[in-house]
Structure formats: structure tokens, C-alpha cells
Design a protein around this ligand. Sequence first.
Ligand SMILES: O=C[C@H](O)COP(=O)(O)O
Length: 221
Amino acid sequence: MKLLLDSISKNEIEVLNSVIDCYGVTSNPTIVKKHGKVNLFEHLKEIKKINVDLELHVQVVGQTKEKILKDAKNIVDALGSDIFIKVPVDKEGLCTIKELKKKGYRVTATAIYSEFQAILAVMNGADYIAPYINRMSNMEKNTVEIIKNLRRFIDHEKYSTQILAASFKNIGQVTEIINAGAHAVTVNPYLINEVLLSPTVNKAIDQFVDDWEITFNRKEI
Ligand SMILES: O=C[C@H](O)COP(=O)(O)O
């Protein structure tokens, strides 16, 4: 299982990278917008300094094959060939995924709202597919079934594509989707922090310490 952070906040990534086994970082133009007009490539280089092993997934903005290929080249020229190029799965995107794979790029097929869209991206050779879990839930789709089906399809047809599930709005969705067979999930740090900073857990820990202190009149073992 791979856990990635859906964020480009250096502070959040630095803190969580020291606490959990963080595999990588994903972003899209909306995530970048929250940080204002940053120099994205320089910013991502700084993030890489936090942990050189972090896998980076960076999204193109071009909407035609030519423009997507140009974006992909610019991203790789700036950040290196181990970057995953996120390409939204529409007609132009699918066509470009095929081309990018021929050229040796690493590709994450994104903006996936349906099982068939995902299957097409797998068949075109995407390294990862990123189904949007919460956005599909809002369309009343059974996301657990979709992930189970996709995992079965990938395993049965022996594709090497991995499911990198994205767009979560609560941790229940994350664990459901992990259990359904996703290879990886990308999660906004605020959801992880909600678990790590849970008042319920803190209360239990405080109670243990209080009970020990009452018994032994000290706070150490
Ligand atoms: O890059 C994809 C994001 O995970 C989408 O998440 P969102 O639905 O919270 O915008």
C-alpha cells in the first residue's frame, strides 16, 4: 500500500513525512491555486528536499495532444524523468497517454469518474489511474464496487497499472477503498491530521497516564 499526500504545502508534507510512511505527493492546478502564484517547479524541488524518495505527480493544463506533450516535456525538463505526468482522461488525454508511454514518460491518468474511463486508461498503458472517489460518490456511484472491479480487471488481464485513488472527504472512504483493492491512495493532510489529532485518542492516552500516576505517583515507567 502506498500513501501519498494530495497537497503541495511544504509545512504539512514536512510534518507528516516525519510521522508516517509517506510515498509521494500529488497536485493539480486547484491544489496549486490554494498556494497562490508559486513557482511550481522550484516549489516542488523544495518538497523533494524534504525526502528525495517522494514520488511526485504533476498535472498538465494543456487540452490538446500537442499542448499536453509540451507541458509534459516542460515538467520533465524541470523536475526529472522520474516525475509522473498527470493527464486527465478525455479523448485528447487518452490519445496523449498512449503517445507519452511510447516516449517513455511515467503517466498518472486522472479525473476518472467512471469504470470505463479507467479501463481505457489502463489499456493505453497508464502507470497509475486516479479514480475520484468522493466526486463519484456524489454522483451516487458505488465506488467500492468500482475499485474492486478495476482491481480484478487489472490483475486478471495482467496489466501493471496501479490504482491511485484520489478525492477523499473522510477517512472512512480511504479505508473502504484500500480494502476494496486500491494499490495507493492520495489523501489531503487535513484528513490524516484529523485522525492523528483526534480528541478521543488524546483523552484515552491522558486517562492511561492519569491512572499510572495515581497508582505510582510518577509519570514515568
Ligand atoms: O487530483 C485529484 C484530487 O484528489 C481531487 O480531489 P478533490 O475532489 O478534493 O478536488
